[in-house]
Ligand binder design. Sequence first.
Ligand code: NAD
Ligand code: WQD
Length: 346
Amino acid sequence: MRILVCGGAGYIGSHACVVLAGLGHRVVVVDNFVNSSPRTLPCLQRIIGAPVEAHRLDLRDRDGLRALLAGSRFDAVMHFAALKAVGESCAQPLDYFDNNIGGTIALLQAMQDTGVRRLVFSSSATVYGEPEQVPVREDAPLSATNPYGRTKLVMEQMIGDLCRADPAFRAASLRYFNPVGAHPSGLIGEDPCGVPNNLMPYLCQVAAGRRERLRVFGGDYPTADGTGVRDYLHVMDLARAHADALDYLVRRERNLVVNLGTGRGTSVLELVRAFERVSGRRIPCEIVARRPGDVATLYADPARARRLLGWRARLGVPRMCRDAWHWQSLHPRGYADADVDAPAFV
Ligand code: NAD
Ligand code: WQD
């Protein structure tokens, strides 16, 4: 199939491109590089072993997007393109509504206008807000605790409304838990701009000597060791689920909302210890106050993904840490250390 990958230069989108290309699909990347480097593309090409068509485009550029979709026949769209920093979304909510919701409206309209009717959408466990119980099932109550989460909730709802209005439109909303790790080659990985907000990239930067110590947000949660528990999943497992979801849309011709997680919780300190074991580096830690908005424990019930997609996470925490560290140790400054030239765009 020919697949348009919006946000394909980003962390998860780039790993999805590798999986899709490996299955024989033709991927076309669209990205405005607001949170990624064009150098991702030559790195991707090295893994795939073939050129990757890419366009520098903002999804809100309606004319540009429509021209791209009208110019060649796409069988499906994968939509990773969004801003995702929770704290930033609280400081600049309108930017998040404009980029995430505005970009998605423009994309859905361009798809409708050009007859592209299959969508795989990056949703998030953030749509569960502060869940009443864990593991979280897809039928748990939904809510938003910050503007980023609100954009994911609204985008899921918009996509649901479109599916009801157009019975030929097929969509999969994939609710990711905590994606971490990197492609085993170490050629692509997570490269956050500025100070990382998320635990694994922060850990990696401490191990690489870029940051002095990890601040552990809260040591007094009602968990086994007092630190927050999350459902970390390997980005390659997550990437594979996108191919499975597309397959589901094509074969079953039904819409889909699924959790993607391992179903297992890991505490901050457990992740730190696992990382230390595989990297051989010591991670200095300091327990500080809780981060506002964090919950104690969050992990998925992944049974629906297993039942409908036949998908389950295969790679465990040690492998997640090993692959994250492999990427980071080869690229201490992220893509700035990649031995490639940035591609020229027209
Ligand atoms: P990322 O920032 O690495 O990738 C997103 C990509 O989209 C970037 O390359 C960015 O430049 C691009 N982009 C953003 N707005 C755009 C626009 N208007 N037009 C064109 N390109 C645009 O983030 P990621 O971690 O790869 O996340 C991918 C998706 O998964 C996002 O939608 C995110 O909300 C969702 N998600 C991520 C996580 C996580 O922990 N990483 C968890 C749950 C859900
Ligand atoms: C994990 C644990 C922190 C950093 C976020 C978004 C969510 C989703 C995934 C997109 C928590 C602790 C973290 C640090 C720490 N993204 N921590 N020190 O908060 O589960 O989820 O990313 O949809 O919407 O909210 O992930 O990696 O930030 O935190 O102690 O420097 O690590 O308190 O317990 P989170 P995270």
